[in-house]
Design a protein around this ligand. Structure first.
Ligand SMILES: [Ca+2]
Ligand SMILES: [Ca+2]
Ligand SMILES: [Ca+2]
Length: 288
């Protein structure tokens, strides 16, 4: 026999169902890529072992990620593939760079063959993702970082693709011509809590399969400028290892085009206000 709900009970049931739907949707979206030996999937992740790329599992069972190391060491500032090794975080040894400290790290230091702007390329092997936070491991003296997202429909890791990263110059014109969107520059990540920076305010509607996290380059934010709270940006002294990246997973599969976040769309569709997009994933645990 069916129970008859009165108006108050029915409203309560609807509210609970709505809460479950919304929170369930958000929880299921989260991912966290920790570049550790424990989460290594393929590519030798032994301490200090250089390989062209390594693949890591998502801590929550979502898409795996392949990481590779690049720098603007090609002719005309073209990105050139180097090697990556893991210690307490991932370092990039670009083409021609020496392997001693601090050149072994993701850095913008050095002269001659050691000079260059190192970047780590994250490639989601599943759905597109939106990065909310980036955590560093080893740092020394300074760690200003630059983050970019690919918004085209190609494959920057495919040497036969027009948007191949190796055909892309690390200049404002070169990045724009190959659909790389500047997400932001973040100063003094080494001084922040947990060496973690929350970038979610800059990635609200950006989903991509390809993200670059690199040592600070002064293409978008001037050298020797300050951010809104007085942290200094400067090139030439940043050296760090990228420990992890986390954020939300896009539901539909497909290319690298930026699309609105499903959970935000859901809230808007329901006519509910957006009270904060989502908590930084390193500052909150996965609730379900
Ligand atoms: Ca390096
Ligand atoms: Ca260097
Ligand atoms: Ca710096």
């Amino acid at each position: 026999m069916l129970k008859q709900f009165n108006a108050s009970e029915a409203a309560g049931v609807c509210g609970l169902a709505l809460l479950f739907f919304v929170s369930g949707s958000q929880a299921a979206d989260l991912f966290k890529w920790e570049l550790t030996s424990a989460s290594c999937d393929s590519g030798n992740c032994g301490t200090g072992v250089y390989t062209p790329e390594k693949t890591f599992r998502d801590s929550y069972g979502g898409p795996k990620v392949t990481v590779s190391g690049w720098a603007n060491t090609g002719t005309g500032d073209l990105f050139e593939r180097g090697n990556v090794a893991r210690w307490n975080g991932l370092g990039v040894k670009h083409a021609g760079e020496s392997s001693g400290s601090p050149q072994h790290s993701t850095d913008n230091t050095g002269t001659g063959a050691d000079a260059g702007y190192d970047v780590v390329l994250f490639e989601s092997l599943g759905n597109k993702v939106s990065l909310d936070s980036i955590k560093l491991g080893w740092t020394e003296s300074d760690a200003d970082i630059t983050v970019l997202a690919y918004t085209g429909s190609g494959d920057p890791t495919d040497s036969g693709d027009a948007d191949y990263l190796g055909n892309t110059a690390y200049t404002t014109a070169g990045l724009a011509a190959h659909s790389w969107q500047h997400v932001g520059d973040y100063a003094d990540v080494d001084d922040r809590s947990g060496k973690t920076v929350d970038i979610s305010a800059d990635t609200v509607s950006t989903y991509s399969s390809y993200w670059l996290v690199g040592a600070f380059i002064d293409l978008f934010t001037p050298h020797l400028s300050k951010d809104s709270v007085g942290r200094w940006f400067g090139v030439g002294n940043d050296k760090f290892k990228v420990y992890a990246a986390a954020g939300t997973i896009d539901k539909p599969s497909g290319g690298g085009n930026a699309v609105p976040e499903p959970s935000s769309l859901l809230l808007l569709t329901l006519g509910l206000p957006l009270i904060g997009r989502r908590a930084p994933s390193f500052l909150s645990s996965r609730s379900a």
